[in-house]
Design a protein around this ligand. Sequence first.
Ligand SMILES: NC(=O)c1ccc[n+]([C@@H]2O[C@H](COP(=O)([O-])OP(=O)(O)OC[C@H]3O[C@@H](n4cnc5c(N)ncnc54)[C@H](O)[C@@H]3O)[C@@H](O)[C@H]2O)c1
Length: 325
Amino acid sequence: MEAKLKTEIVGVVGSGLIGRSWAMLFAAAGYQVRIYDTDPSRMCHALEEIKLQLRDLDKRGLLRGELTADEQFSRISTAATLEECVKDSFYIQENVPEDAELKKKVHAELDKYIRSNSILASSTSAILPSIISEGLAHRNRFIVVHPTNPPFYAPMVELCSAPWTDPEVMEITRALMKEIGQQPVTINKETDGFVLNRLQYAILGEGWRLIRDNVISVEDFDIVMKHGLGRRYAFMGPFETAYLNSEGWKVYSERYADMIYRIQRSFGEPEKMVGPTLDKIQGECEKMVPMEKLQDRRQWRDRRLTALAKLINDMEEEDKQVEGQ
Ligand SMILES: NC(=O)c1ccc[n+]([C@@H]2O[C@H](COP(=O)([O-])OP(=O)(O)OC[C@H]3O[C@@H](n4cnc5c(N)ncnc54)[C@H](O)[C@@H]3O)[C@@H](O)[C@H]2O)c1
């Protein structure tokens, strides 16, 4: 990742969990960042959190880029108005709550202040780009840039254009994401839930049915994921997994296509996640992690994510060295 000090400004709108992560990612790459939030106390809190997190990352040897923690922190400032946040920004990342009407309203305002060649990005998890941008004068500059949470440790970002987005917006955004150390993927056409959430919900949907039908407990289902599939998925996708498991996809298909088709046809209809199965899942989860221990468990999760990020960084360094030999 390039990390010399840059003169370009990035506007970050909304300073919650995702907004402040974006601020850190852009600052680590040397950009100047201006954050705006309608709630000034949230902005103060965001700055405090960013300072603490940068120190923590520094301590763990996980600081991104070449700038020190203090240098990165000094790249981030707050803006008193939305206009001040975005008027000189070449790229704006909106992170207000997931509400289509609110997003439309905020983007209509952003539309008044942005330059005609700036890029207007939304972190939305599941609102289609054409819904947010339809009425904008600069709708050709709009794109969805959906991060994975937490963006620092899970760098994949989904990029999805509206039908009227300039093709160069996708190209520039992809390059920008790579430059700041994220892993962009292109969603070629507007699809509800993009890809990450469709996959997540497919897994939860099948898990729901298997638990409902007493095929497996919640605890054992989670073990299948974390000690089974998840072990490979942390560094290799399912298509490459299958490709390696056989002599390529053609052989995989010859061997398994009938079986896979039979099993896929046995998947049940989707169900709303309410009722007795919900009580069962909640009850079993509470046995694994009592509700009053949720905060401790979140801290444990973050320590694990940090350790995993370190391991993956080391593995990628090793790959680069092997490639360079
Ligand atoms: N949290 C996640 O796991 C996650 C992951 C990926 C994407 N996202 C998406 O990112 C977006 C933000 O999520 P979050 O978890 O950071 O939300 P959040 O509730 O933590 O933060 C939202 C922030 O927006 C501010 N805000 C509200 N109205 C505003 C306005 N008109 N102008 C400026 N600021 C305003 C709020 O004061 C708040 O600080 C959502 O669209 C969400 O779906 C969230």
